[in-house]
Design a protein around this ligand. Structure first.
Ligand code: AMP
Length: 494
C-alpha cells in the first residue's frame, strides 16, 4: 500500500466517501501510479493482475470524469442526452454510454459492475452489465432507459449492437481489461469490431496480467502515447504461495485428492481441471464421496455459476471444481488451497490459478498433481515462474509409470544420456542444465517418522517425504514461445 492518500491523488469528495465506506485506507500501487495519470486524461497500459486493485484504478477516474461532465459536457450530471425530448423514439435511449469496459469473462464483468456500483454509489451515474448466458431482455431494457457506463463481455455486446440495441458513438472512455485472456479466448475479432464503432477521440486503458506479443501489438494499435504502469514484476512470481507437486498417475488422482481432503485444514479449496466435462464429472464424484462440492465452467448457465460461487463463498461448499476460464478474475477470499488436479498447458494459467490462494497478502498453498503426460507443462511453469516447485515424495499414490527418458531419481539405469531439455520438475541428473544454484539446493527431508529435520510435522497425510526440485527453472534456456492459439470456445463468455 502507498503512504499517500486518495485525496493527494486527486480523487474528488463523493468518491472519497465511497472509498471510506469500502475501508480503503490507502491506494494500492497500481492506483497510486495510474489514478493521477488517468485523471489527467492520459491513455494507460497497465500490467497488473486481478487482486492488485486495478478495477478502482480505472473506475475512479472514469467516474470522476463522467460526473464532471467531461468530455461530452452537454447533459445533466454530465450525461450525453439524445435530442428529441418527449418525442424521442421509444428505442432511443435518453442517455448514451460514455464509458465502455470490456472484460473477457462473465464473472469478471459482474465484479467490475459491482465495483462501479460501490465506488459510484454517491454519483448520479448509471451503469449496466451486458453479458451472455442470461436472457437479453433486461439488458435491452436497461440500455433503452439510458446508461452512462457499460461493462460488457465482447460477444453479447456485439450481438446487441448488431441488433441495434446499443450505440457506442459517444464512448469517451474505453477499458480493455484482462487483455491477454481476451485474446486467449479468441475475442480479438469481436474486440476489433467493437473498436471500429467507437469515436477515435477517447481515453483508452488496457490492462493485462502478462504482455505477450499479440497484446503488445493490440496495445500499440489502440493506445495513444500511453503511460505504462507495471505493478507485477515482468517475471511472474507466486512467492507467497507454498507450491508442491505430487507425481502420480492420472488414474490415481481422484484417490489422492480424496485422501488429501481428510485434512480439515483444507477448508476452502479450488480444484482446477482442464475441461468443462471433466469439471462436472469430478464435482459429481466428489459430491458422492461426501465432500460438498460446486462446479463452475462455461457450460453452466450464468445463474448456476453465480449460485455455485455464492455457495463456495458462504462455505456451504468446501470445494469448487473449476476450469481456468470460469475462474479467472474472480475474487474469493480465504481460499486455503488451490489444487491443480490437471496442470494447465499454459504457464500463465498456473500463475492465475495459484493466485486464487494467497490473496490480499495472505499466504496460500497450491498442490499440483502431475502425471507422466504433464511433465512438460510443469517444466514450462517452472521456467516462467523461475521458482522450483517442491516435490512431495513417498506419498501413497506415487506414480507407477516412468515417463520416457526420465527417472524418478538418479540417472537412467540404462545409461542413456539425459534428454537435452531437463524436466525442471524432475530430479537431479548429472550433466543436466541448471539455474544459478547449479543444482546444489539442499534437500528438505522428512524422516519416516513424519517429522522434518526442524521438528515440524508434515502438512499432508499420506506421504513421508519431500524434496525441493534442484535448480528449478532453467533460465539459461531461452523460452521458446508457444504459439498462442484460441484455446477456449468463443461462446464461453457470450
Ligand atoms: P481488483 O484487483 O480490482 O479485483 O481488486 C482486488 C480486491 O482489492 C477487491 O476486493 C477490492 O475491493 C480490493 N481493493 C482495491 N483497492 C483497495 C484499496 N485501496 N484498499 C483495500 N482494498 C482494495
Amino acid at each position: 500500500m502507498s503512504q499517500c492518500s486518495f485525496t493527494e491523488l486527486g480523487v474528488a469528495e463523493p468518491l472519497l466517501r465511497a472509498l471510506r465506506a469500502e475501508n480503503y485506507a490507502h491506494p494500492t500501487p497500481i492506483q497510486d501510479q495510474a489514478i493521477p495519470q488517468l485523471l489527467a486524461g492520459k491513455d494507460l497500459l497497465g500490467i497488473a493482475q486481478t487482486g492488485t486493485g486495478k478495477t478502482a484504478a480505472f473506475a475512479l477516474p472514469i467516474l470522476q470524469h463522467l460526473s464532471a461532465g467531461r468530455p461530452g459536457e452537454n447533459g445533466t450530471y454530465g450525461g450525453k442526452r439524445e435530442s428529441g425530448g418527449r418525442n424521442r423514439r421509444r428505442s432511443t435511449p435518453r442517455v448514451l454510454p460514455r464509458a465502455l469496459i470490456l472484460a473477457p469473462t462473465r464473472e469478471l464483468a459482474i465484479q467490475i459492475g459491482e465495483s462501479f456500483r460501490a465506488y459510484g454509489r454517491r454519483l448520479p451515474l448509471r451503469h449496466t452489465v451486458i453479458l451472455g448466458g442470461v436472457g437479453q431482455n433486461p439488458q435491452v431494457r436497461a440500455l433503452s432507459n439510458g446508461v452512462d457506463i457499460l461493462v460488457a463481455t465482447p460477444g453479447r455486446l456485439l450481438d446487441l449492437k448488431e441488433q441495434g440495441h446499443v450505440r457506442l458513438n459517444q464512448i469517451s472512455h474505453l477499458v480493455l481489461d484482462e487483455a491477454d485472456l481476451m485474446l486467449d479466448m479468441g475475442f480479438l475479432r469481436d474486440v476489433r469490431k467493437i473498436m471500429a464503432s467507437l469515436p477515435a477521440k477517447r481515453q483508452t486503458m488496457l490492462f493485462s496480467a502478462t504482455m505477450p506479443s499479440d497484446v503488445s501489438r493490440l496495445a500499440r494499435e489502440i493506445l495513444n502515447d500511453p503511460v505504462r504502469v507495471e505493478v507485477s514484476p515482468r517475471v511472474i512470481t507466486v512467492e507467497q504461495v507454498d507450491q508442491r507437486v505430487f507425481f502420480t498417475d492420472a488414474s490415481n488422482k481422484r484417490s489422492l485428492l480424496t485422501h488429501l481432503l481428510q485434512d480439515a485444514d483444507m477448508s476452502r479449496v479450488i480444484v482446477f481441471v482442464r475441461t468443462k466435462r471433466g469439471a462436472s464429472r469430478l464435482a459429481e464424484q466428489l459430491g458422492k464421496a461426501g465432500f460438498p462440492t460446486e462446479a463452475i465452467h462455461g457450460n453452466k448457465t450464468q445463474n448456476a455459476r453465480q449460485s455455485a460461487l455464492a455457495n463456495f463463498r458462504n462455505g456451504r461448499a468446501r470445494l469448487l471444481v473449476a476450469t481456468d476460464v470460469a475462474a479467472r478474475g474472480i475474487d474469493i477470499s480465504g481460499v486455503s488451497h488451490v489444487i491443480n488436479y490437471e496442470l494447465p498447458n499454459i504457464p500463465e494459467s498456473y500463475v492465475h490459478r495459484v493466485g486464487r490462494t494467497a490473496r490480499a497478502g495472505a499466504e496460500g498453498i497450491a498442490l499440483s498433481f502431475c502425471d507422466s503426460s504433464e511433465r512438460t507443462f510443469l517444466r514450462d511453469i517452472e521456467r516462467v515462474t523461475k521458482r522450483p516447485i517442491t516435490i512431495v515424495e513417498n506419498h501413497l499414490h506415487q506414480c507407477t509409470t516412468t515417463p520416457r527418458g526420465q527417472m524418478p531419481s538418479g540417472p537412467s539405469p540404462s545409461g542413456r544420456s539425459a534428454p537435452k531439455r531437463r524436466d525442471a520438475s524432475g530430479p537431479s541428473r548429472p550433466g543436466s542444465r541448471r539455474s544459478g544454484s547449479d543444482g546444489n539446493v539442499p534437500k528438505r527431508q522428512i524422516s519416516p517418522g513424519g517429522s522434518t529435520s526442524n521438528g515440524s510435522k508434515p502438512e499432508y497425510p499420506g506421504f513421508s517425504g519431500e524434496r525441493t526440485a534442484p535448480g528449478g527453472a532453467v533460465p539459461s534456456v531461452p523460452r521458446k514461445r508457444r504459439k498462442r492459439r484460441s484455446r477456449y470456445r468463443v461462446s464461453a463468455a457470450r
